[in-house]
Design a protein around this ligand. Structure first.
Ligand SMILES: NC(=O)c1ccc[n+]([C@@H]2O[C@H](COP(=O)([O-])OP(=O)(O)OC[C@H]3O[C@@H](n4cnc5c(N)ncnc54)[C@H](O)[C@@H]3O)[C@@H](O)[C@H]2O)c1
Length: 407
């Protein structure tokens, strides 16, 4: 199996943080379970000095994982390299034979372009969120993917969080009655736009980078249709730091269920939490129904750590955490699960029996999903949150008026 990873930043390797990211640790965990005889991961960045930093992280993660390399062949390679400092993912797509799939983790505004090129090369593709910024781009990708019988997923990992599964189970059971509202608060530390994403923070906004997660989640829980949105934002602290993007955005989304019940979702998102905050992400969701409510504090997960050397920390052991198991490090959590589910799907699709099966011949992605019983977000489903963020951006530009959501 040969995996091309495009983008080698924080989410892939933990570059810029004291972690190892989420995408590469997920590949390690996938291999720990599957023990594929030959696994190769090709990392494509776009800057030689950055790729060197990422390479160090990758090699260290492999070392501490304590996978037994005498039994399996786990190869990693990095581009651009010393020989060819100008080489990009485009060259790899063109020249590399037998790629099994691609994982796209580049800045938000580049998703469409890079996913599109992966599909042009017939690669099963997992993209990080947001899928695309424009609905018209999402539609083009869906059409191409279906025509080429490609497996496409968007990595909305909150669908795998136990807190959210419990919310879905309670919603589905109807014990909380008909939906009235979902209230979401979601924020991250200042360090994210100010340092980690400084080079591209001004090209995105906090609703499309972060808020979009909980739009996908409300769709996942309710299977309702978003109808209209109003968004309002404030530019203050970041603008003073020379980054022209919103500090915070608030939205109201109106949704309609299949049985025509209207409910609202409010979102209050920001990325200027103090760097002393007890966790990178502060996140809460409250559901109000006609017969009851469900509240989930997704930051305070019951653990607090304080020492002479650090501020109080509230780690989230459920998302993606490195645990020591004897002398080896293992990564576990819903972030890991979302990526390994894609890799397992690719492995099954590449299986000769599957290619001969009716499911494959029918070719629709829906059939892949039925076959694998997947809960991940398909391109088709991800286009829904893209339509919401496109309408939110229109509202922000038009004096915060209501915008119809065009699916
Ligand atoms: N960091 C997280 O926790 C997280 C979680 C989920 C999803 N995401 C998403 O993952 C994506 C990347 O985030 P990140 O945290 O890794 O960001 P990052 O800034 O740390 O890394 C981005 C990487 O993209 C690549 N890149 C930049 N410009 C490029 C270009 N023109 N062509 C090709 N490659 C280019 C570079 O290799 C760079 O390392 C974003 O869309 C983000 O929304 C991040």
């Amino acid at each position: 199996m040969k995996i091309l990873v495009i983008g080698v930043g924080m989410y892939v390797t933990g570059r810029g943080t004291n972690t190892f990211g989420t995408i590469f640790p997920s590949i390690i965990e996938f291999q720990r379970i599957n023990k594929i005889k030959k696994l190769e991961v090709i990392f494509a960045g776009h800057n030689f000095s950055n790729i060197q930093k990422s390479k160090k992280k990758v090699l260290k993660a492999l070392k501490i994982s304590k996978i037994d390399f005498s039994k399996i062949n786990f190869k990693v390679s990095f581009y651009p390299n010393k020989k060819n400092k100008k080489q990009t993912y485009k060259d790899i797509l063109k020249n590399e034979k037998n790629l099994s799939c691609a994982i796209v983790a580049v800045p938000d505004h580049l998703h469409y372009q890079v996913i599109n090129e992966c599909l042009d090369h017939d690669l099963h593709t997992l993209a990080v969120k947001p899928f695309t910024i424009k609905t018209s781009d999402a539609r083009k990708l869906i059409e191409k993917k279906n025509k080429k019988k490609i497996f496409g997923l968007v990595e909305f990992h909150k669908r795998f969080d136990k807190h959210n599964l419990l919310l879905k189970n309670n919603y589905d059971s109807k014990r909380l009655g008909a939906p009235l509202s979902f209230n979401v608060e979601y924020s991250q530390k200042k360090i994210v736009p100010e340092e980690l994403f400084r080079s591209w923070a001004y090209k995105t906004n906090i609703f499309q980078y972060l808020g979009v997660h909980y739009v996908d989640l409300v769709y996942f829980v309710t299977r309702a249709t978003p109808v209209r949105i109003l968004a309002i934002g404030q530019k203050n602290w970041l603008r003073k730091k020379g980054i022209n993007t919103y500090d915070s955005i608030q939205c109201i989304i109106e949704w309609k269920t299949k049985s025509n019940i209207k409910f609202t979702q409010t979102l209050s998102v920001n990325w200027i939490d103090p760097n002393n905050s007890t966790a990178m992400s502060t996140q809460k969701i409250k559901f109000l129904g006609t017969k009851g409510n469900f509240e989930s504090d997704q930051k305070a997960r019951g653990i607090k750590i304080v020492s002479d050397d650090t501020h109080v920390e509230e780690p989230n052991p459920d998302f993606n955490m490195a645990f020591q198991e004897g002398n080896r490090t293992e990564w576990r959590g819903y972030g890991i699960q979302a990526i390994t589910q894609f890799l397992s799907g690719v492995r099954k699709i590449k299986n000769k029996d599957f290619i001969k099966s009716n499911y494959y011949n029918k070719s629709k992605e829906d059939e892949f999903f039925k076959y694998f019983n997947f809960s991940s977000t398909s391109f088709e489903e991800a286009a829904i949150s893209t339509a919401v963020l496109e309408a939110a951006n229109k509202s922000l530009k038009n004096n915060s008026n209501w915008q119809k959501i065009n699916l």
